[in-house]
Design a protein around this ligand. Structure first.
Ligand code: FAD
Length: 456
């Protein structure tokens, strides 16, 4: 049995940041990762048309974008010597409303004056609520109890009788962020999503929130961290049992055991439930994780011979609260002459296409892209769907959130250290909640606490 200062379970960005900070401060740290790769929800895959290598391209099947408020991520990107490039956004965007025909626009959505005024009013209210919230302690918001007792959809409808305005605002937080229908999470959870990005206005501004990408893919961040950690990272080490006390813990991987003074469980709260603990986690800790669930989104990418939409003066950005693909963007890698689109099919629509055959799903998704960009969109050279929901070590996308009332009841518990154990992932972050920036912040915070020796 090897003996360490700290064992980190999970080599996603949270775990690797924690380990990198601890190792840099001279601590003996071991990272145990169940998969045969690092990065967790960040992954770049190479795909080609009919497996022909000369048509191959790299696709980011997990997280990819960086926004200007994500200073922890931008700082780490810099520290690791990586570089970013902006998302292509020149030209008109498209909006597909209930009529099902695309309308070009720049700036504000091309909706009626009444709908635009209703969206502006809801935005103002949500900005006000987000401004009152410390995203790392959302349960302390002055109206937390009420906001957590009502679904976001019901909250919107209480304030606004313009259905298209409600549908758009619901889309920004539901399908586009928490990837759950707006009736399935609380208004408090929605305000947290906004506060974690600085404001609701930031959250809905695609040019802000989806600003830049990293050369070589966002997965370069965990790969670079793992390179620096070297043989402190052990792959194919699926932790099945943790025996713990106040003094330390023994971690089991198959018939191997590893001992440490502290163990950091850097896995999503829902995935903590795969691990057995001895003694069992206290009831409140187990219940808190029972009230968490992953959202579901299918990320779809299509590569074409050229970015044909640009020739029509289109940016590649499109929104459609009633479309199967509710949002779509130009995803062409820097310097590539081909054209790439990325779109998202979320929550109930994702359930529905998940039941279809792969061929039918592809046809329906490409038909939705064709609604935005015309018939050419139906014929990509390469078509790639991300599938996180069938992966036991993740279980959905993008992240986890609470059911109604869960945030006030159990939010604080998810981050509470317990004896020799610490818990964290982007799903429990304040700033950068559900994003890579949040993962880094959580990793930094846990490592900082362990380095300072401030541990209950
Ligand atoms: P994870 O990445 O989930 O890491 C947890 C790790 O623990 C995994 O490697 C897992 O294999 C391992 N593990 C689990 N159980 C065990 C065990 N028992 N033993 C050992 N190891 C274990 N974020 C952005 O900032 N920008 C985006 O554009 C963006 N888009 C996204 C698109 C998609 C499709 C997805 C899925 C996510 C996206 N995200 C985005 C979110 C972002 O990827 C995540 O928030 C972040 O990567 C989570 O990092 P983490 O380390 O907290 O968790």
């Amino acid at each position: 049995m090897t003996n360490h200062d700290v064992i980190v379970v999970g080599a996603g960005v949270t775990g690797l940041t924690t380990a990198y900070r601890l190792a840099s401060a001279g601590h003996d740290v071991l990272v145990l990762e169940a998969r045969d790769r690092v990065g967790g929800r960040l992954l770049t895959e190479r795909h080609a048309q009919h497996d022909e290598a000369d048509s191959s391209a790299d696709f980011e099947v997990g997280g990819q974008w960086v926004s200007p408020d994500q200073t922890a991520l931008l700082g780490l990107v810099d520290e690791l010597g990586l570089e970013t490039f902006p998302r292509y956004r020149s030209g008109d965007s498209l909006y597909v409303g209930r009529a099902g025909t695309p309308m070009r626009f720049t700036g504000d959505l091309p909706v009626s004056e009444t709908t635009a005024a209703a969206i502006a009013q809801l935005t103002k209210t949500l900005d006000g609520l987000a401004g009152e919230m410390d995203p790392s302690r959302p349960w302390e918001h002055p109206d937390a109890t009420h906001l957590d007792s009502v679904s976001f959809r019901a909250w919107l409808e209480e304030r606004c009788d313009d259905v298209e305005a409600c549908d758009n605002v619901a889309m920004y937080v539901g399908p586009a962020m928490l990837t759950k229908p707006a009736h399935a999470f609380s208004a408090l959870q929605a305000v947290l999503m906004a506060a974690s990005a600085g404001s609701f206005t930031n959250l809905v501004d695609a040019d802000f929130i989806l600003d830049r990408r990293v050369h070589g893919g966002l997965a370069s961040v965990p790969r670079a961290l793992a390179d620096r950690l070297g043989d402190r990272v052990r792959l194919e080490a699926d932790v099945s049992l943790v025996e713990w006390s106040d003094e330390g813990a023994v971690v089991h991987v198959g018939d191997q055991t590893f001992k440490a003074r502290h163990v950091v469980l850097a896995v999503p709260p829902t995935v903590v439930r795969r691990i057995r603990f001895s003694p069992e986690l206290p009831a409140e800790h187990r219940m808190a994780r029972e009230h968490q669930s992953f959202g579901l989104v299918v990320k779809v990418q299509a590569a074409y011979a050229s970015p044909f939409w640009r020739e029509q003066g289109l940016s590649g950005t499109g929104f459609g609260p009633y479309e199967l693909v509710h949002e779509v963007y130009d995803n062409t890698p820097d310097g590539d002459e081909r054209g790439f689109l990325v779109g998202f099919v979320s929550d109930i629509n994702a359930d529905e296409v998940g039941r279809a055959s792969a061929q039918e799903r592809r046809e329906r998704i490409l038909a939705s892209l064709a609604t935005y960009f015309g018939e050419q969109a139906r014929e990509p050279l390469v078509y790639v769907e991300s599938d996180w929901q069938h992966q036991e070590l993740t279980g959905g996308a993008y992240g986890t959130s609470f059911d109604l009332g869960g945030l006030t009841r159990y939010g604080a518990v998810l981050r509470e250290p317990l004896g020799a154990l610490d818990f964290g992932s982007s799903d429990v972050a304040g700033l950068g909640f559900q994003h890579v920036d949040g993962a880094i912040r959580v990793g930094d915070e846990i490592a900082g606490r362990l380095i300072e020796g401030v541990h209950p």
